[in-house]
Design a protein around this ligand. Structure first.
Ligand code: NAP
Length: 256
């Protein structure tokens, strides 16, 4: 990939205060982009990150709230300019057995994971027309895994995949390129939360054993794929989902 391939570009990365989003923002910044670092609650982390990326700034918005996203768009336009690249990374999950279904949890996951992407693309649609790029962060859960207690979250990520395909189709006359990355298990606050080291080790062992590469993911593994999709190197790719999950066995074969 061209080292300075994003020189002159402005990229908005939602949920960039921590985890995978932080790594994506750093990578795009290293490729020359100025980055609008979105956060919802982690102000200090987002502002610290923005200081590390040249000419970048942090912006607060709950992506699930359309008014907040529209307000953030106004702020980005006045303080940075028009956005060329959007990475819809913000995500929320609650693990639960299907029979323990809670409507409030489902609603929140849908609002952040699905409506968040819709709100953001709509708020920046005029910016994107002509040559804009959108990368949605889905999940291999949205394709189908046997990971326990992820049924409801998986449904929202399947919706992200369909949103990606449909937007590539619906916005084709505006020449906006829209793709998705579907990560496998990556160790972040989302997946390890408040777990102790023994629980983390068990989780890593389980998820590693489910991959053909015998490996769990790191945020950088996902950021590198996003960087490809955000760059001109992927210019002939549209409406696709790249699965970055170490070759998850569930999706490759029946049996074992
Ligand atoms: P994480 O460590 O929990 O970080 C989540 C990020 O999303 C934080 O920066 C958080 O910001 C932000 N966020 C949450 N709700 C938001 C909202 N309503 N508005 C704006 N920002 C919001 O999660 P992660 O593991 O890095 O996940 C990043 C993305 O990858 C998510 O879409 C997730 O579903 C997806 N994914 C993760 C994995 C994995 O194994 N980790 C696997 C597949 C897919 P604040 O702290 O400011 O609230």
């Amino acid at each position: 990939m061209t080292e300075n391939g994003l020189n002159g570009k402005i990229a908005l990365v939602t949920g960039a205060s921590r985890g995978i989003g932080k790594s994506i923002a750093t990578k795009l910044g290293n490729m020359g982009a100025r980055v609008a670092v979105n956060y919802n609650r982690s102000k200090d982390e987002a502002e610290s990150l923005a200081r590390l990326i040249p000419d970048s700034m942090a912006f607060q918005a709950d992506v699930a709230d359309r008014d907040q996203v529209n307000r953030m768009a106004e702020e980005i336009h006045s303080r940075m300019g028009k956005v060329d690249i959007i990475v819809n990374n913000s995500g929320y999950w609650e693990l639960m057995d299907f029979v323990s279904y809670r409507e409030d949890a489902m609603d929140r996951m849908f609002a952040v994971n699905v409506k968040g992407g819709i709100n953001t693309v709509l708020a920046f649609l005029d910016d994107l027309k002509g040559k804009g790029i959108v990368v949605n962060i889905a999940s291999n859960a949205g394709i189908g895994t046997a990971a326990p207690n992820t049924t409801l979250y998986s449904i929202t990520k399947a919706a992200v995949i369909m949103l990606t395909k449909r937007l590539a189709f619906d916005l084709r006359d505006h020449h906006i390129r829209i793709n998705a990355v579907a990560p496998g298990w990556v160790e972040t606050d989302m997946t390890i939360g408040n777990k102790n080291s023994s629980e983390i080790s068990d989780l890593e062992h389980y998820f590693r054993s489910r991959t053909t590469l015998n490996s769990v993911g790191r945020p950088e593994d996902i950021a590198d794929v996003v960087a490809f999709l955000a760059s001109d190197d992927s210019r002939y790719i549209n409406g696709q989902v790249i699965v970055a999950d170490g070759g998850r066995i569930d999706n490759l074969t029946h049996g074992i």
